[in-house]
Design a protein around this ligand. Sequence first.
Ligand code: 5GP
Length: 141
Amino acid sequence: MGYDSDNIFAKILRGEIPSEKLYEDDETYVFMDIMPRADGHCLVIPKSPARNMLDASDAQLAACLRTVRRMGHAVMAAFDAGGVTVQQFNEAPGGQEVFHLHYHVLPRHDGVKLRPPGKMEDMDVLRANADKIRAALAELD
Ligand code: 5GP
């Protein structure tokens, strides 16, 4: 099982389909999940090809986790959250649907469950939540 460069996140990286971008550095790119399971749910991906954690290089994993930590701080600040959940799925039986390595970053509040997957967010709401995260990112450094 190799890397298919026609996957949806590869298309986002190439700018072939739009995404609500939050952050990027040399190695990673971050954007809003269009079917968020919590307000502020975002995805961290490496810019270079990796199907998932199982074929990723040490450098890709390290770069992604550095960015995951940064986004964890940002989403917690943006949504006044008490915690953050990080999810990462590998292969279809492991829950993976898009075959480009990605980490889900989800701000969490005490007693609030994640929403069920698969519901498309209103684009104005998604953009407003992205604005909050971008503002929090700007305050981080
Ligand atoms: P996983 O592969 O970890 O199960 O989940 C893939 C994630 O990508 C899902 O949370 C889904 O909502 C999100 N997703 C799928 N297609 C798109 C898309 O075209 N744009 C964005 N921003 N997110 C997507």
